[in-house]
Design a protein around this ligand. Sequence first.
Ligand code: ADP
Ligand code: MG
Length: 353
Amino acid sequence: SPQSKSPVIKPINKGVVHRICSGQVILDLSSAVKELVENSLDAGATSIEIALKEYGEEWFQVIDNGCGISPANFKVVALKHHTSKLADFPDLESLTTFGFRGEALSSLCALGNLTIETRTKNEPVATHLTFDHSGLLIAEKKTARQIGTTVTVKKLFSNLPVRSKEFHRNIRKEYGKLISLLNAYALTAKGVRLVCSNTSRKNLKYVVIKTQGSGSLKDSIIQVFGMNMFNCLEPVSICISDDCKIEGFLSRSGQGSGRSMGDRQYFFVNGRPVDMPKVSKLVNEIYKGANSKQYPVAIMNFIIPTRACDVNVTPDKRKVFFSDESMILQSLREGLQQIYSSSNASYIVNGVD
Ligand code: ADP
Ligand code: MG
C-alpha cells in the first residue's frame, strides 16, 4: 500500500545480499560442477574425477591432481573476489584461464556446505578445510591425500527455499544437463583423464563418463560416444581469415545420428565450451537441405584471437560476444554449403576472401 511518509532506506543484511548474488553465479547443478571442473583445469590437473551422490542432490565432489592450494591462501580462498588468476582489468584481454572472477567458491559457500581437502607439492600432508556460508574458514585439520584438491559441496541450494524445491523436483533434468556439459569438457580437455560417477541411495556406484585423456579429439569422441558414432563423422576445417578458423567433426550428409535438434552438438571457443544457438541453428538448417530425416552431430571449435571475443558476458561464461559475428556466421554458412552441396563432399574449406 502507498505510504504517506517517505520510507527509511536501510542496507540489506550482507549475508542475504551474498546469497542472492551467489544464486546468479551458480544457477543450477551443472553450473556448480562446471566451476569446480574449470578450477581443476586451471590448476593444471591431468586427472579430474566428478563424484555425485544421488545425482548431486545429496552432494557432489570434484577430485583433482592439480597444483593444490598453499596454506597461505587457506583463509582467503573462498572469499568473494579473491582470485589467483587476475589482478587488473587489462589482464582480461589476455586471459587464458577459465576462472578469473573469484566468485565460484564464495558462491558455493553461500549456497551449500563447502569443504576442501588440498595439498601442494611443498606439504608433506594434506589439510581438510571447512567454510561457513560467508566463505570464512571455520575449521582446519590435517589429513592424508596425494597432491591435488578435492572440493565437496553438500546440500546445494538448501538455504534458497524456492530454488531448492526446483532443484529436487528437476534433479533428473539437471543431471542430464550436467552429463552433457561434462561430455563437452571430456571432448575438449586434451591430456586430461575425466571420470564421472554417480552413487545411488542404495550405495551402488556406477561410472557414467570415462576418458583416458589421450590428447586427440578423435580419441575423445570415440571414448565419449563410441566407435559407431565416430564412424559417421568427417573431420571439418573451415578457414575464416588469417587468424580465425573452425575445426572439428560433422555428421556426413547421409549419416546424421543426433536424436533431436541440438543433441550431440558441442561448440567451443578456443577450447572453452559455450552455447552457440545461432551456430547450432545454422548447422541444422544447412544439414536439413542434404538430409531432412536426421539431425547432424557437430563438434566444432572456433579458434579466434582472444582480443576478438568476450566470454565475460554472463556470470556462467557460457555466452560469447564476437567483435565480428556476422563475418564468422557468413564464413560458416558458405563453408557448410560447400560441404553439404556436392556429392563427394570435402570437409576442408578455405577462406572466403
Ligand atoms: P577463480 O577461479 O575465478 O579464481 P574461484 O572462487 O573459483 O575463483 O577460486 C578461487 C581461487 O581458489 C582460485 O583463484 C585458485 O587460486 C584457488 N582454487 C580453487 N580451486 C582450486 C583447485 N581445484 N586447485 C587449486 N587451486 C584452486
Ligand atoms: Mg574458478
